[in-house]
Design a protein around this ligand. Structure first.
Ligand SMILES: Nc1ncnc2c1ncn2[C@@H]1O[C@H](COP(=O)(O)OP(=O)(O)OP(=O)(O)O)[C@@H](O)[C@H]1O
Length: 581
């Protein structure tokens, strides 16, 4: 007996059959075929061997790559109640992807559940490219033009060349990124047509996350399509590259001027509505105009600070223009008049457009978040605490964007280098980058068709201010004392939710008797987190208690404890300019 069962024999399977009635034991052996499965194949089979995740599983190789490596698997299983539930299938897909990791070719795995049969297919897909240079598929001169009358009125939507051969795009589907849908990579676009259910755009990204590049890509695509853009850039260093660019009549830098722009746009919206009523013009035929408001927190924080402690003139202008209130009206009503907004912020916030402004934010349905989001941020952007949280931070321009069906998708934003034609900027660019921006520059200027008196007046004033700015530049001089009375925007570095305050930050405390009081954060205690129901309604705004060391003229140095709600926005103070020695 031992002769047959000896440990050296490994390729036979022995089966004993004891027959008590005949007093016999029969031992038969069957050859065991060598296990030729690859380690990955075996690992997959073993994952399901306990029958807990899926029942009666067999795993087979579906396809081989050219180099002989296994490139696809098919997992047959028995259908159960558990596999009928989408949530279970999603969890299992996630577990499978985690177990498989990255293929040796650098490609990623994808999991497909066959709705007809109990079969899961695992196949390889190419990862998104890490850098996609924004190039024009057709020379600018050959781009089609819509047939519009002298007032810019006519059918605005027409076919447009796309980067995908034999698949034309649409003029009013403004592309800016490549995104993954299943195993396909398609263009992510902002639908600015009057039919769009997502007519306004929200871009969220931390400093250096690629927000300006994304907005640059969007603006260059818009003006090539004959859609003019007016920009607002309170930081002064993001959109200034568009000063003098065809189709961009103004870039506004001063917060007070930005408030006037919002007012002018609001007047324009009402003037357009009246014109459409009188002339019986359909929304599909109205000329488009896009306002891009970058660093919106800095802008709104400047407005709030000026309204509290600005000059009488500043306070009067803000009261009259009411920029936050009028933005709310613009996003709700401007769609049918052809006006669109794109807003850039560093992080999503419940009070983006002031307290109780969730409804306004919800109108910004075309969205892009660059870099990783916090779970709260992911909820605010995508209504799901997990979306947009696994972005590879090492890849510049990697984002979560609204895909063509309105769902969030992983994307790579097309890289548009600076379009600034100044020789000092061009000198720092590679030949390839110079060619790319040259190809994007429109051959003709796009006029803004204005139906109000206020908008052309505003643009003319702004152009005069910019022209005057060029004459007002002087060579730097060394100074030995601090600079007096900087403007509100100059003193604000950022505005952040109270939950994000950290020790060592320099913030505006803003007490009633001294709205400009600033101090250093000495301690932060999150007493209660923000609480939401499943549909996102805030049931508890939370509580953040911050100890702030303040020092100001006429006040003894002291630590104040200030309570914020978890949804409050706090203004960070820009570091003081170093004094020359
Ligand atoms: N889509 C992209 N593809 C490749 N590189 C990118 C992309 N987006 C950004 N980068 C790189 O990251 C740098 C910073 O991007 P960008 O200036 O857009 O950041 P930002 O979010 O505007 O930051 P800040 O708010 O500080 O201005 C760019 O100069 C570029 O080198």
């Amino acid at each position: 007996m031992n002769r047959f069962l000896g440990p050296t024999v490994t390729d036979w399977k022995y089966v004993t059959d004891f027959r008590a009635d005949k007093s016999t034991i029969t031992i038969t052996r069957r050859p065991v075929l060598p296990d030729t499965r690859s380690p990955r194949h075996r690992m997959l089979a073993e994952l399901f061997s306990d029958g807990k995740a899926l029942r009666d599983v067999t795993v087979s190789v579906g396809a081989y790559a050219n180099d002989g490596t296994e490139a696809s698997y098919r997992i047959h299983y028995k259908h159960t109640l558990a596999t009928g539930m989408e949530a279970n299938r999603d969890k299992l897909s996630e577990a499978l992807l985690a177990a498989l990791g990255t293929h040796e070719s650098g490609q990623l795995w994808r999991v497909d559940w066959n709705p007809e049969q109990p079969i899961i297919t695992l196949s390889l897909r190419k990862p998104l490219e890490k850098m996609i240079l924004h190039l024009l598929p057709t020379p600018a001169l050959e781009l089609p033009g819509p047939r519009l009358d002298k007032h810019g009125i006519g059918r605005q939507q027409i076919e447009w060349p796309s980067r995908v051969p034999n698949k034309p795009g649409q003029r009013l589907h403004v592309p800016y990124a490549s995104c993954e849908i299943g195993s396909d990579v398609v263009d992510a676009f902002w639908n600015v047509s009057h039919r769009s259910s997502a007519p306004h755009m929200l871009v969220v990204g931390p400093t250096g996350g690629g927000k300006t590049v994304l907005l640059t890509t969007v603006i260059t695509e818009l003006v090539l399509r004959g859609i003019p853009v007016i920009g607002v850039d309170p930081k002064r260093i993001e959109l200034h590259q568009f000063l003098g660019y065809p189709g961009v009549p103004a870039i506004v830098f001063e917060p007070l001027r930005a408030a006037k722009l919002i007012y002018a746009l609001w007047c324009e919206m009402h003037a357009r509505t009246k014109y459409m009523q009188i002339q019986r013009i359909a929304p599909a035929n109205m000329p488009l105009l896009v306002a891009v408001l970058d660093e919106f927190f800095i802008l709104s924080a400047s407005w709030t600070q000026m309204a509290k402690s600005g000059t009488d003139v500043e306070k009067d202008v803000l009261k009259f223009c009411n920029p936050l209130g009028r933005i709310g009206e613009l996003v709700a009503l401007a769609r049918s008049t052809g006006i669109r907004l794109a807003v850039g912020v560093q992080r999503p916030d419940a009070h983006l457009f002031g307290r109780d402004s969730g409804g306004v934010r919800d109108n910004f349905k075309t969205r892009a978040s660059l870099a990783r989001l916090s779970s709260d941020g992911a909820y605010m952007m995508w209504g799901d605490t997990t979306v947009g949280r696994d972005i590879d931070a090492a890849i510049a321009g990697r984002a979560t964007v609204t895909d063509p069906s309105g769902d969030p998708a992983l994307a790579q934003v097309w890289f548009t280098p600076s379009v600034d034609a100044h020789p000092a900027v061009r000198a720092d660019m590679s030949n390839e980058e110079r060619c790319a921006v040259d190809s994007l520059r429109p051959e003709v200027d796009t006029p803004v068709f204005c139906f109000s008196a206020e908008l052309p007046e505003f643009v003319a004033e702004e152009q005069a201010l910019i022209a005057a700015m060029a004459n007002d530049v002087r060579d730097p001089i060394a100074i030995s004392s601090s600079i007096s009375t900087p403007s509100a925007a100059d003193t604000i570095a950022d505005a952040i939710p109270a939950r994000s305050i950290e020790e060592g930050m320099h913030i505006v405390v803003g007490l009633d008797d001294d709205p400009d009081l600033t101090g250093l954060v000495a301690s932060v205690e999150i007493a209660r987190e923000v609480d939401r129901t499943n549909d996102g309604t805030v049931t508890d705004e939370g509580k953040v208690i911050v100890g702030i060391a303040v020092e100001s003229a006429g006040r003894r140095p002291e630590v104040l404890f200030v309570e914020y709600s978890g949804l409050d926005t706090v203004v960070l103070v820009a570091p003081e300019l170093p004094t020359a020695t």
